[in-house]
Each structure stands twice: as C-alpha cells, then as structure tokens.
Write a protein that binds this ligand. Sequence first.
Ligand SMILES: NC(=O)c1ccc[n+]([C@@H]2O[C@H](COP(=O)([O-])OP(=O)(O)OC[C@H]3O[C@@H](n4cnc5c(N)ncnc54)[C@H](OP(=O)(O)O)[C@@H]3O)[C@@H](O)[C@H]2O)c1
Length: 342
Amino acid sequence: MLIIRHLVVIAGHWGRTALMTPILVACAVAAMLEPWLPSPRAPLSTNLRGKRIVITGANAGVGKHAALRLAKQGAEVVLACRNPSKAEAVRAEIEAASGTAAILRVDLLSFESVRAAARALGGSPIDVLLLNAGTNANVPTLRHPDADCSTVFGVNFLAQWLLLKLLARTTVVRRVVCLGSVMHHVADIQAVFEDRADYSESKLAMILLARDLDRGGGLFDDRIPAVAANPGAVSTEIWRYTPAFARPLFDLVARSIFLTPDQGAATSVHAATCALPPATDALYFAPYWQPSLFPSAFEWFGPFSGGANITYCRLPSNERAIASQLWRKCESLCGSALSDPL
Ligand SMILES: NC(=O)c1ccc[n+]([C@@H]2O[C@H](COP(=O)([O-])OP(=O)(O)OC[C@H]3O[C@@H](n4cnc5c(N)ncnc54)[C@H](OP(=O)(O)O)[C@@H]3O)[C@@H](O)[C@H]2O)c1
C-alpha cells in the first residue's frame, strides 16, 4: 500500500513537470541564443558598508556566491550553515577579498538548532535576511525529523519560516529575500494541507511568504519589505540527487543552458540591495532577459540578463486566505518549537 502511495506521489510530480515540456524546450532554445542578444546589464555595486546580511545555506551554490558578492560590496555577512568546514572555507574566501563574515551554525533538519540560531542572531538589527537554503532530495516521501511534512518542505520552507517567526520576537528585520523557483508554477497548494508538500510547494510557499510580509497585516502586523527571487536554472549541488541513469543527459543540458552559481547569485543580490517601492505586493525577480512583448517568456531558462528582472508568478486566486491557512498549518507543524519562549 505504502509503495503504491509513493509511486502515485512521484508519478504526479513528474507528470505535472512533463506537461511543461514545450515551454521548457522553447526557453532552452532561447538560452542558446544568449550570445546574440543585447549585452548584459552591469551588476549592481551598491555600497553595503555597515549592513548586516544573514544568509541561510551560504556554504555552497547560489548562497555562497551571493555571500561573496555582498561581502565584496562591504556587507557584514553571517553565513548560517550546517556544515562548519564548508562555511569556514567560504569565510576564508571572503576574508581573502577583504570582506567580513561570521559563521552561525544552523541545521534546518532540527527545530532545536533553528531556535538556537534565532537566539544567537537576536538583538542586533538584520538588514537583509536571505532565506536561501534548499534541497531537492527527489524523494517526496522522506519525512522531516521534527515535523509531519516532507524533508524538502521542512528544510526549504518550514524551518526558515520558523527562524523568521522566532527572530521577529527580538530583532528588527529590515528586508527578507525568499528564494523561489519556476517550479512554483506546478505546485499543488492543497498538498501542503494534506502533508504531502514537496519541492514545488516549498517554493510557492516562499513566494506567498514574501508577498504576505511585503503587504503587512498577515503573518506580522507591520510590513517587512520582502522580495521573492528565482535564481534561474543553476549548476549547483542541489542537483546531486539526479538519478544516475539521467546524469549524462542532465550534464549535457546543464553545460549548455544552466547559469553558473555566480550568475545564479545575481538575482538574490539584486533582491537584497535594490531600492524597493514603499508598499507593494512583493516583487518577484528572475535572472533572464525578458522580451517586452511577453515579459514572463523566459522564466524557466533563457538568456542571462546580467542582473534580475521582475517577472510573473502564479498564485492561488484566493491568495490571502490560502496564505493565512498556510501560516496556521505552519504553526501546528512547528508546535512547541514555535510556542515555547525563546
Ligand atoms: N540551482 C537551481 O537551479 C535552483 C533553481 C531554482 C531555485 N533554486 C533555489 O536556490 C536556493 C539555493 O540552492 P542552490 O542551487 O545553491 O543549492 P546548493 O548548492 O545545494 O546549496 C544549498 C544550500 O542549502 C544548504 N542546506 C541544505 N539542507 C540544509 C539543512 N538541513 N540545514 C542547513 N542548510 C541546508 C546546503 O548546505 P549543505 O552544503 O550542508 O548541504 C547549501 O549550503 C535553494 O532555495 C533552491 O531551491 C535553485
């Protein structure tokens, strides 16, 4: 019975993705045309001296390269990571480039670790909280040790939602950047309420979080400026669970059209540093060149723009009701990890 349930979940996941095939192929062709499109915009170089920026999952991939870029721009970066030796290597790289970085140990598979991190971070204001850490284990049925949800949903969303909720008790957070993904387009929000949420749902939840924070009056009474960012399709360790049989084809596709981790970090850096309008539904950025006629044409793959562009995100029609239902679900999944005094 259990095996059949697992097969149905996996088939549903791949089936929804497969339906997108024609769009993916068109975007991939466009990505290959990148060299012939107008030259990329120069990266932002805002001076971030005196700014404190906390980045989850900053020891690899997009998070690591965002940390390097932001530190080079003068920010004091806190590398919130579970692997001290990998984090130490990133700190050394930052310091070699005359930047400043501190390491904070946090394992998003443990609520106790999240609570300890919130305690350690609390007090001094955080200029940007970059909720970047993520995993895609490709096993939708693997469960988070501390909550009745998948490991992927627990790490990518729930534990970072908990971190923010706990932090907000003691600390001013001036901006939140939530890492989304094109995969949110195929999310089934009901899966969250039926305890079968996986990667795509975790990314939709991140986008809903950014929009709720930015509106204010939802999860928190006061608005916290927030932005959602899709880093693009990036060659990083997140793909380490790609099945061996698919690896050769995957590597070929990745080499042809994926962004480098440094290019992938461009969206997060832009989201962390760009001027924001006073109040809006959160902006959602993607790194690809966008034709003016179809401004969301290249959200999956496409020619790299050099920075980030506002793009379209797909939301439930009753977004606000869904968001508040989601926060109630998170509260119940976190239980005493949220309700106990910090
Ligand atoms: N790469 C893409 O194509 C792509 C596309 C869309 C969105 N994204 C999003 O971009 C973000 C960064 O991903 P990436 O591609 O840079 O992947 P990555 O190279 O695998 O980096 C992910 C980071 O998250 C950390 N992490 C994973 N599980 C953790 C846990 N339990 N506790 C603490 N940290 C944990 C990893 O730490 P360890 O090194 O210890 O595992 C690593 O530092 C993710 O949110 C991902 O969903 C990526």
